[in-house]
Ligand binder design. Sequence first.
Ligand SMILES: [Zn+2]
Length: 49
Amino acid sequence: MREGKGDHERWTCPCGKHKTALVQDTENSPGVVGQIIKDMACLPKGWLQ
Ligand SMILES: [Zn+2]
């Protein structure tokens, strides 16, 4: 579900209703991960790990 170019990566969840973007240069800090999980609300907790 990855697409996009440059320093931002955009993810769209399988349902298509949720989107998030992350900066590739940034390590996945807890805050970033939390935001992604929040954005991708339909995905089960822990999917990112
Ligand atoms: Zn979704």
